[in-house]
Design a protein around this ligand. Structure first.
Ligand code: HPA
Ligand code: ZN
Length: 336
């Protein structure tokens, strides 16, 4: 089954590029940029990755991001991710970046953007992986700060497909960002938002009704609200589920408790993604594998998850169809 999963053509739709910073690269970049890390070794870093909840992760994640300083650092980070994704047959990826966690430290928006974007272009030409960029606002910061970030992004409007919302969910509801999301849509950006990870189903409703999102990131707490489930099924609003993240951040006590299979059984367009793979113990294939093993997912269900990932992407419909036929061919061959 692991080989079937590894080679399954798939799209990744929920991946924070800063969350792909492996401890080894953290040390390399700290040295390159003359930064003191609060850790002595890679194993000490890994020991610190023992999270109680979202906030305890975010503290360490923002601290780790500080080693990213130069355009080349952002390039190297993104390129390393793309090579891993390529080995797991990711055919298309939609990547979040958190400009505010860099601009707040004095790094120029352009430095961050150019490094990531250049690697994505190389990913396309050298690895055949298509990609889109999603600018994510930090919801623990103010709406005014999000507006300022949006202003900086306007120069890159043609290569940033959407805006999103991440960071500490509790007490930072989607409604806080309604105006800035209105402005982003007026400028032509699509919208997504993290909702229903730690926050209640009402935050998912707000993301839908106030932010007009095309997808919900996480959304696993939708299972608590039958009306919301009906809505998500009827409209086929995709959920970008991140199984290892949810277990590491104690959204579920264990993988066997995860509701991914229930969501699929209900007919929700659920997808599997890695969120912050360097922090949560695995890239996209490991996420499929962990969920498959704990929930006893069949090849047909794994196929459905991969198909949903293409369907839920922001690709034009011709590209979706091409990738779904590649997936269909793969399933045919795998049956032989
Ligand atoms: N939730 C909220 N903010 C984040 C996450 C997440 O899973 N990953 C990186 N920033
Ligand atoms: Zn996330």
């Amino acid at each position: 089954m692991n080989k079937f999963i590894q080679d399954l053509p798939k799209a990744e739709l929920h991946l924070h590029i800063e969350g792909t910073l492996e401890p080894e690269m953290m040390f390399e970049l700290a040295q390159r940029n003359n930064i003191d890390l609060p850790y002595k070794s890679v194993s000490e870093v890994k020991e610190a990755y023992n999270f109680e909840d979202l906030q305890s992760f975010l503290d360490i994640y923002y601290q780790g991001s500080q080693v990213l300083q130069q355009e080349q650092d952002f390039y190297d980070l993104t390129w390393a991710y793309l090579q891993k994704a390529n080995r797991q047959n990711v055919r298309h990826t939609e990547i979040f970046f958190d400009p505010q966690s860099h601009t707040d430290r004095g790094i120029e928006f352009t430095t961050v953007y150019q490094g990531i974007y250049r690697a994505l272009q190389d990913g396309k030409t050298q690895l055949g992986i298509s990609s889109q960029l999603i600018l994510s606002f930090l919801r623990h910061l103010s709406a005014e700060q999000a507006f300022a970030t949006l202003e900086q992004a306007l120069a890159y409007r043609d290569t940033i497909v959407a805006v999103g919302l991440d960071s500490a969910e509790q007490n930072n509801p989607p409604s806080k960002f309604k105006e800035v999301f209105d402005k982003a849509q007026a400028e032509g950006f699509l919208t997504v938002a993290h909702a229903g990870e730690e926050g209640p189903p009402e935050y998912i409703w707000e993301a839908i009704n106030l932010l007009n999102v095309s997808r919900i990131d996480h959304g696993v707490r939708s299972l608590e609200d039958p009306k919301l489930l009906d809505y998500l099924v009827d409209r086929q609003v995709p959920l970008t589920v991140c199984p290892l993240s949810n277990v590491e951040l104690k959204v579920f006590d264990s993988m066997t408790e995860h509701n991914l299979k229930q969501l699929l059984d209900l007919g929700i367009c659920a997808t599997v993604n890695s969120d912050d793979p360097a922090y949560f113990g695995g890239y996209i294939a490991e996420n499929y594998q962990a969920a498959q093993a704990a929930l006893d997912l069949s090849k047909q269900e794994l196929y459905q998850l991969a198909k949903n990932s293409f369907q839920a992407s922001f690709l034009p419909s011709e590209s979706k169809h091409r990738l779904i036929s590649e997936l269909d061919d793969y399933l045919e061959t795998a049956k032989l």
